[in-house]
Structures are given as C-alpha cells and as structure tokens.
Design a protein. Structure first.
Length: 243
C-alpha cells in the first residue's frame, strides 16, 4: 500500500488512488484492479486481493473457517445499497469494498478492561446481530429503508422484523476476507486513510459520504424515538457468536 495520506479534492470527489499490488500499481480510476497472484503480497494487499472470500453462510457454519484471533476484516459487496458512492472504491473480482473493521477494538487509553472479541465473534455479530450490536448492520439497514425501532427500555435499537430481511440481503450480497494481526487498529487506521470506504465512520470524517450516512443514521434514531417501544426481537435460531 502507499504510505501517503488520502486527500479529497475541493469538489468533494476522491482523486484516483494508487495502490501497490504484487502485479504493479493499481489506479482506482480503472473499473477494477488487475487480477494478481497473491503469493508474496504484503499483508494489506492480501486482505484487499484475497484468494478466497467467505459468504455469510460460511461465517456462520460449524466448524467455522473464521479463527478466534485478533485481526482486521474487509466486507465486499455484490449489490451496492442505494445512494452509496462507489466510483473510487476498491474492487476485486466483481465485488466492491465498502467497509473494514477490527476485532478486538483498540484497548482503552484509561486502562479499562480490553474487549474480548475476536474475528469469529465479531463477524458473526455482523451476520446475525442487530442494529445496536453492529454499526455495519445499522448503516446498511438505514440505506435499505428498514424501519428502526427502540428496543425495550434499554435505549438500544433494532430493525425488528427487518433484521431478518437484512440478514437475507447480506447472505446474497456480502462477502468477507480477514487478516490475523496483533494490533488491527493500526492497519484499520491506515486503510481508512488510503482507501475510499464509504461505510466506515470512525476516523473517516473527510469522506464525501460521511455526512450523508451520519445524517441518515441520526434521522433513523429520531424516528425510532418518536414511535412506541418495539417488542424485543429474538435472534434467529442457533445464534451464537461465541463458537
């Protein structure tokens, strides 16, 4: 990957990105990156040009192919949710990268207890969690027009019956790669600066879509607060992020 910090032009559109792969420099103004053999690639490139992308069904399968280790993951999509700008996004094998995430999160600076999550638990939460447990699900549900509701008296949010609709959409359109690393927050910060990742919020305020998706999420919360509290929604049968 290049080491330069991304800068958006004044017009609000990202400039073409230059990314170093095993087969040379990729210019994001092209339709798709060159097909490359990942043998000998840098770790970042192996994440972006994976030899294998896993579906929701595979992430949730038993035994699971996802390891119980720290790392970073990248979500690629077949169908783009309405309104998401993808002109400068990374593309691989016909899919578009919209979001990267990590597990666990960065340890608290105040010395508090660190997150116990790992790649398997976090990816399963994205696949079968709810709007409160997954920022990716929250954003996708809002983009797909699902109605957000407040859950019980806890202040947590859910798409209620729409969570199943969202899970079905993910099953058809979302595929994930991951990379084991001891400090994934460092890799995530670098990728957010170097790539166009419209669904990432943290550390991504300079992205042209950040304001729009943040406003959409805020409006969804406001509408949910204005409605009656939703009945708790049970996860799908077999939901278990710990195994």
């Amino acid at each position: 990957m290049t080491g330069q910090r991304r800068r958006w032009p004044a017009a609000g559109r990202p400039a073409p990105l230059l990314v170093i792969t095993h087969s040379g420099i990729f210019n994001s103004a092209r339709k798709s990156p060159p097909v490359a053999d990942t043998t000998g690639m840098s770790p970042d490139t192996a994440l972006l040009c994976p030899t294998e992308l896993r579906s929701r069904a595979e992430v949730l399968s038993r035994p699971s192919p996802v390891p119980t280790v720290a790392g970073i993951y990248a979500w690629f999509f077949r169908t783009i949710p309405p309104g998401v700008p993808v002109e400068n996004c990374w593309r691989w094998r016909g899919l578009t990268l919209l979001y990267v995430g990590i597990a666990p999160s960065r340890p608290p600076a105040n010395g508090g207890p660190p997150s116990q999550q790992h790649l398997r638990s976090r990816l399963r939460t994205h696949c079968r969690g709810n709007a409160s447990s997954s920022t990716l699900r929250f954003s996708l549900g809002c983009l797909l027009g699902l109605g957000l509701r407040r859950r019980g008296t806890t202040g947590r949010f859910t798409f209620a019956e729409g969570e199943e609709t969202l899970s079905g959409w993910l099953a058809e359109n979302a595929f994930v790669s991951w990379l084991q690393c001891p400090a994934p927050w460092d890799v995530e910060a670098r990728l957010v600066q170097q790539l166009s990742l419209p669904l990432n919020l943290a550390g991504n305020k300079g992205h042209p879509f950040h304001l729009a998706i943040s406003l959409l999420r805020r409006q969804a919360r406001q509408r949910a607060d204005a409605h009656d509290v939703a009945h708790p929604v049970s996860p799908s049968p077999g939901y278990d992020v710990s195994s």
